[in-house]
Design a protein around this ligand. Structure first.
Ligand code: NOJ
Ligand code: MG
Length: 550
């Protein structure tokens, strides 16, 4: 059986781009305070150009109390002092553009920090005031309004409502926070909020950014009346009164018009935890966003049949609306795939892992699968997202001491959820330097594991068999063979354990079976995730081209 998806229009860069996520706090620290910063990023951009990515997405760098690592924004149009200044941002942007890379910034529209002036003004104003109407303040239920307005739970655990003390000292209204209590949700039915965010978009577009990654892009609109949530708190994908409300699409149609006023192909990518894929694709209809993260793919088990279904469904669903599929395996919210893929296929890891987690995998097996998985992913037509450190094969940091953990999910659940610190540890650059070259002082806001020297970039640069060399080779070949805009055709021999497909001139084989499989005859290997010789071992993948064509 063969199955073909037509090539997309590739005139717009984002349709085929490989986009690298920088988590500024943990990328490179120029001033040695243990916290990564923008001058640190700028100084290391050439490493990303050498890797061969097209664009960089920067997680939030705005002024913030850092209760949620910057996803609690206290000013949308400035830079966190620990990270630098607007001049530092301009220098970063200019350097990236000089190197031929685009810059995407993170926009956090669902909520601000409680330290934001807009929320502080709301607290100081009376119930019913225009200031309160920026956020979702409501009277409590029950005697004296002592119970929360509804049963919604915070994504980080505990109730999604906090009661305020009114300026006159009496217990007062409650405000909604789908995340930490220091992250109050905006009321997006309020035109005042909509106007402010149009201004924020323009502020960054005027500065020259190439696009936005939009945080919680399925959550801005809440169902009228804020009814109780019938779904359980842990079901990310279930319909709820706060995810995927139809009116949320109006916001993105409005933003699309703002972006269209600017030259260049400015784009938006939504963080949208919605299924099925056909529903997710409604975020990227022609007059809405350009991309949405494909978390269905990220959530797919290391299983050939499941991956094939996920790939087919993704290509079909996004093609239906004229958008490219995105592909992603890791980000700052999930267990790094160089650890995750070693778990049993049914392991549910979205609350993070730590020393007491059952079934911690064999690191060598997990890395082997991660290397095969990236060759599979980078051969798929569309746009691919990489997360800093994955090109080093970096595993999740599992043994973080309890007292060092920072994630609000850890604190709000009394340590029941490990949370996301394990994928946010500052990355290693130089094996023999303090903090592995993250800075010159050795300080690090999260402790780095003592055995990370082997993952350092300077070591891997010298080693043709390293994961870094694999990523570089694959990214260069992806460009040479224009795989991002190609057409995927499953080969007849593809089966429930071994995935085989063609994309343009390249034939991709990924062996998810327990035994070696012979590589097809008449082809030569241009890159492989592991092994040598004519047999592809279990958990290995390879790209091949017709003999004599490489
Ligand atoms: C999604 C972000 O990726 C995550 O890190 C953050 O905690 C929540 N949104 C809240 O902003
Ligand atoms: Mg610093």
């Amino acid at each position: 059986m063969s199955h073909s998806i037509p090539a997309a229009d590739t005139s717009e860069w984002w349709r085929t781009a490989v986009i690298y996520q920088v988590y500024p706090r943990s990328f490179a620290d120029s001033d040695g305070d243990g916290i990564g910063d923008l001058p640190g990023v700028t100084a290391r951009l050439d490493a990303l150009a050498a890797l061969g990515v097209d664009a960089v997405w920067l997680s939030p760098f705005y002024p913030s109390p850092q209760n949620d690592a910057g996803y609690d924004v206290a000013d949308y149009c400035d830079i966190e002092p620990a990270y630098g200044t607007l001049a530092d941002f301009d220098a970063l942007l200019a350097r990236a553009h000089d190197l031929g890379m685009k810059i995407i910034v993170d926009l956090v529209p669902n909520h601000s920090s409680s330290a934001h002036r807009w929320f502080q003004e709301a607290l100081a104003s009376a119930p019913g005031s225009p200031e309160r109407a920026r956020y979702l303040f409501r009277a409590g239920r029950g005697p004296e309004g002592a119970q929360a307005p509804n049963n919604w739970q915070s994504c980080f655990g505990g109730p999604a409502w906090t009661r305020v003390v009114e300026p006159d000292g009496t217990p007062g209204e409650w405000y909604l926070h789908l995340f930490d209590s220091s992250q109050p949700d905006f009321d997006w039915s309020n035109t005042w909020v909509r106007e402010r965010f149009r201004e924020i978009l323009r502020f960054w577009l005027d500065r020259g950014v190439d696009g936005f990654r939009v945080d919680v892009a399925h959550g801005l609109i809440k169902e009228d009346g804020l009814p109780d949530n019938p779904a359980g708190p842990d079901d990310f994908f279930a319909p709820t009164p706060f995810w995927a409300q139809d009116e949320v699409h109006d916001v993105y149609r409005d933003w699309r018009e703002v972006l269209e006023e600017y030259d260049g192909d400015r784009m938006m990518c939504g963080e949208v935890w919605v299924t099925p894929l056909s529903k997710l694709a409604t975020w990227v209809r022609p007059d809405e966003m350009h991309q949405a993260f494909n978390f269905v793919y990220l959530s797919t088990a290391w299983d050939a049949a499941a991956l094939r279904t996920s790939i087919d469904d993704s290509l079909a669903a996004f093609h239906e609306v004229g958008a490219p599929s995105t592909w992603v395996l890791s980000n700052h919210d999930v267990v790094r795939h160089a650890t995750r893929l070693g778990f049993a296929p049914d392991a549910w890891l979205f609350h993070g892992i730590g020393p007491a987690t059952d079934g911690l995998p064999d690191p060598a097996l997990a890395l082997k699968r991660a290397r095969a998985a990236i060759l599979l992913m980078l051969a798929l037509p569309g746009s691919a997202y990489l997360y800093q450190g994955e090109e080093l094969g970096l595993p999740e940091a599992v043994d973080i001491p309890d007292e060092a953990r920072q994630d609000p999910a850890w604190h709000r659940t009394g340590g029941e959820r490990y949370g996301r610190d394990g994928c946010r540890v500052p990355i290693p650059w130089d094996a023999d330097s303090p903090a592995y070259g993250f800075n010159e002082t050795g300080a690090s806001w999260l402790p780095q594991p003592s055995d990370w020297a082997v993952y350092a970039r300077d070591v891997q640069e010298q080693d043709p068999a390293s994961t870094l060399s694999l990523y570089r080779a694959a990214l260069a070949l992806r460009r040479t063979y224009v795989l991002g805009s190609g057409t995927l055709r499953w080969a007849d021999e593809s089966d429930e354990d071994v995935l085989i497909f063609g994309n343009g001139e390249v034939r991709v084989v990924a062996n998810l079976s327990a035994v070696g499989v012979p590589l097809p005859e008449g082809f030569e290997v241009v890159v492989r995730s592991g092994g040598v010789g004519p047999v592809l071992g279990p958990d290995e993948a390879a790209w091949l081209v017709s003999a004599g064509r490489s």
